[in-house]
Design a protein around this ligand. Structure first.
Ligand SMILES: Cc1ncc(C[n+]2csc(CCOP(=O)(O)OP(=O)(O)O)c2C)c(N)n1
Length: 377
C-alpha cells in the first residue's frame, strides 16, 4: 500500500500541479523529500517569497502549490491577499497544521488555534485534512483552484502521517538548486563540529552572559549544555532571534550574545542591515551555519551551495566579522567585543543531539531573564 505522502503527491500530479515551493516543517519532511521524484521543487528561504514565486509561475502558465508549516502562513498573509487573491491567481497551499494534535512545542499552539479564524478572516477557502478519507476534498478542490484562479488551503493534521511507511531522504537530489559557477561558495573551513559541539565550545564564553537562542534544537541543546537564567530561549517565531538580541542590546550595557542559524538568518536577512544601522557596541551574533534546516530534518539551505553568511553580513554593513570553526578559533574570535556589532560565522556539520524539550515554563523563563537583566544592566 502507498504511504499517505505518496497518495497525496499522486493527487497533486493527477491535477496537473507542476510547480512546488516548500519550506519544511518536521511533520511534512517526508512529504517534501518524496516530492522531488515527481515535481520541480524550489526550496524557499521564507514562506512569503514563495507567494511571489508561485504568482510568477502562475503568470507563466504553471499550476503552483506550496508545502509549509502554519507558522509560515503568518508570514504570507499580505502577499496572499494583495497579490495572489487580488490578481485571481491559483495557489494550492498544503499547510502542516501544528499546535492542535499531540503538540510537543507550546509555542506552536497560538498559531495552530488561530488558523481557521485567520483563513476565514482572509476569505481563503480551506479544508481540514485529518485522515486519508479527507483526501477527496483535495481532489475536488484542485480543479477549481486552477480553473478559477483561487487560493485554497489544506490544513494537514499531523495525525495524517502517523504510522506512515514513507522513507525520508535527507538530502534531496533533484530539487531546483542551480548554483552559478561564480557564486561565492561558503568556505567551510573544514568544520568537524556539529551545532552541539559548537555550543559546547562556546560554554566558557557564554557562562553568566546574556544569550538569546534560536528556536528548535539549538534552544534545547543550549539548555542541556548551559542552563542559566540569563538565557532567553525562542520556541517559535523563526527569524526573530537576532531582532530580539538587538532589542535587548539597545536596553542594556551588558554584552549580548545571539545564537542564530543559517536557515533563520536567511528567512530575515534584512535584520542584519538594521543591526548595522543601530550599531550596538555590545552585540555579538554567533551564526551557527550547519547549511541545513537542522531542526526539521537537515534539509539543505542556500549556504550549502551558494551563500556565504560572512560576506552577507559584510555587505549589510558589519565592519567586524570572522569565520571560524575550531573551538580555539571560535573562542578567540569572540573574546573581545569590538567597538560595534560583531558577526561570527561558524560553519558546522549538520546533525542534532538528542537534547530534550526545555521543561521550564515560558513565563518563568521570561521572569528569570528579566530579573537577571535588571540586576545586571
Ligand atoms: C515561519 C516558520 N517556518 C518554518 C518553521 C519550521 N522550522 C522550525 S526550526 C526550522 C529550521 C531552522 O533552521 P536554522 O535556523 O538553520 O537552525 P538549525 O535548526 O539548523 O540549527 C524550521 C524550518 C517555523 N518554526 N517557522
Amino acid at each position: 500500500m502507498q504511504s499517505a505522502e505518496e497518495d497525496l503527491l499522486s493527487i497533486l500530479k493527477d491535477a496537473g500541479v507542476d510547480f512546488l515551493a516548500t519550506l519544511p516543517c518536521d511533520r511534512v519532511k517526508n512529504l517534501i523529500a518524496l516530492s522531488d521524484s515527481m515535481f520541480q521543487r524550489l526550496p524557499l528561504t521564507r514562506e512569503e517569497e514563495g507567494v511571489g514565486i508561485c504568482a510568477g509561475a502562475a503568470l507563466g502558465g504553471r499550476r503552483p502549490a506550496m508545502i509549509i508549516q502554519n507558522s509560515g502562513f503568518g508570514n504570507m498573509v499580505n502577499a496572499l491577499l494583495s497579490l495572489t487573491q487580488f490578481y485571481e491567481l491559483p495557489l494550492a497551499l498544503f499547510i502542516s497544521h501544528r499546535g492542535i494534535y499531540k503538540e510537543g512545542i507550546a509555542a506552536q499552539v497560538p498559531m495552530g488555534r488561530a488558523m481557521e479564524g485567520l483563513l476565514k478572516g482572509a476569505g481563503i477557502d480551506y479544508d481540514e485534512v485529518n485522515t486519508r478519507e479527507d483526501f477527496h476534498s483535495i481532489r475536488e478542490a484542485l480543479p477549481r483552484i486552477f480553473n478559477e484562479g483561487r487560493i485554497h488551503a489544506f490544513l494537514l493534521s499531523p495525525a495524517l502521517w502517523e504510522g506512515s511507511s514513507a522513507t525520508f531522504a535527507a538530502a534531496p537530489a533533484s530539487c531546483v538548486c542551480h548554483v552559478a559557477p561564480s557564486c561565492p561558495q561558503s568556505s567551510p573551513a573544514a568544520s568537524t563540529l556539529t551545532r552541539y559541539g559548537v555550543i559546547r565550545a562556546l560554554k566558557p564564553l557564554l557562562r553568566n552572559q546574556v544569550v538569546i537562542c534560536n528556536l528548535g534544537v539549538p534552544a534545547k541543546e543550549l539548555h542541556e549544555l548551559l542552563p542559566q537564567p540569563s538565557n532567553f530561549y525562542m520556541l517559535g517565531s523563526m527569524g526573530m532571534v537576532t531582532p530580539i538580541g538587538l532589542g535587548v542590546a539597545l536596553t542594556t550595557r551588558k554584552r549580548v550574545f545571539v545564537i542564530d542559524g543559517d536557515g533563520s538568518l536567511l528567512m530575515n536577512p534584512g535584520t542584519l542591515a538594521t543591526v548595522s544601522l543601530a550599531a550596538p557596541e555590545n552585540l555579538t551574533l554567533l551564526a551557527i551555519d550547519n547549511a541545513s534546516y537542522g531542526s526539521t530534518g537537515n534539509q539543505p539551505t542556500c549556504t550549502r551551495t551558494c551563500v556565504d553568511l560572512e560576506l552577507l553580513a559584510r555587505g549589510l554593513g558589519f565592519a567586524h566579522t570572522a569565520k571560524v570553526s575550531t573551538p580555539e578559533d571560535i573562542l578567540a574570535a569572540c573574546t573581545e567585543q569590538p567597538k560595534g556589532p560583531l558577526f561570527v560565522h561558524i560553519p558546522a556539520m549538520p546533525g542534532n543531539s538528542g537534547a530534550s524539550n526545555i521543561p521550564t515554563d515560558r513565563l518563568e523563563t521570561k521572569r528569570r531573564f528579566q530579573t537577571f537583566l535588571s540586576a545586571n544592566s
